[in-house]
Ligand binder design. Structure first.
Ligand SMILES: Cc1cc2nc3c(=O)[nH]c(=O)nc-3n(C[C@H](O)[C@H](O)[C@H](O)COP(=O)(O)O)c2cc1C
Length: 216
């Protein structure tokens, strides 16, 4: 029994087809695990690090806030990526939280064929983060400038902890989302479900920038 087989346990009432995939050959199990992970919806960030010819950006959905005191965040970066090396060399990274209008930017910074160094930022607006100088993207909804705090190897990824040295945000409410391996936009659950609207007792009342904002 492989690692993946050991950690996938049938839920209380799993669909039969899902169980058979989970207990099947290891290849099928990994695919099932990847699909299961993909059902956790996330925002989308672009990490930026390095200077000049070593500058690099990478699309990352694994960003998580960790602690307020001290201010810590984490990102998981696959081992063997150039991005991992650039972050470790620079001992710093910036996080740009993407707006829904930045889906092409997310695709660009996830493309292994993007140009190396500073050239990969030529098509996007960017500026050096105030404390570390790591590249931050224009048009995003929030930004964090981080010094490298700690690194932990975790399987085929490394968990990279950053101590936030500077952070700011816009008031925009139109983040780019990622779910089931495709890009999504924020939509009020209540707007999509009449039953939830009844529970809430009121209708989505405000719209900003094309995105429903529910008053709950
Ligand atoms: C929506 C999305 C989220 C991603 N999140 C991560 C992530 O959190 N960590 C990671 O290592 N790669 C992630 N990737 C894959 C990298 O963006 C991609 O493999 C990148 O080319 C690797 O960087 P490198 O070119 O420096 O090797 C993600 C890709 C997409 C499309």
């Amino acid at each position: 029994m492989g690692d993946v087989d050991r950690i996938i346990r049938p839920a209380a009432s799993p669909p039969a087809a899902r169980v058979s995939a989970a207990v099947g050959r290891n290849g099928a199990s990994q695919e099932e695990l990847r699909s299961t992970f993909s059902r956790y919806p996330t925002g989308v960030t672009v990490l930026g690090a390095g200077n000049d010819e070593l500058m690099r950006g990478m699309t990352a959905a694994s960003f998580t806030s960790v602690s307020l005191v001290p201010p810590l965040v984490l990102v998981c970066i696959r081992r063997g990526t150039l991005m991992r090396q650039v972050v470790l060399d620079a001992q710093a990274f910036a996080v740009s939280v993407l707006a829904v209008t930045q889906e092409p930017v997310a695709r660009h910074f996830a493309d292994p064929g993007r140009p190396p160094g500073r050239a990969q930022f030529a098509a996007v607006g960017w500026w050096p983060a105030p404390v570390t100088g790591a590249p931050m993207l224009a048009g995003s909804i929030a930004w964090l400038d981080c010094r490298l705090e700690d690194v932990t190897v975790a399987g085929d990824h490394e968990v990279i902890f950053g101590r936030v040295a500077w952070a700011t945000r816009t008031d925009r409410r139109d983040p780019l989302l990622y779910f089931a391996r495709s890009y999504q936009r924020l939509q009020s659950s209540a707007a999509a479900s009449p039953a939830l609207q009844n529970l809430a007792g009121r209708q989505p009342s405000r719209t900003r920038g094309g995105t429903d904002v529910h008053p709950l």
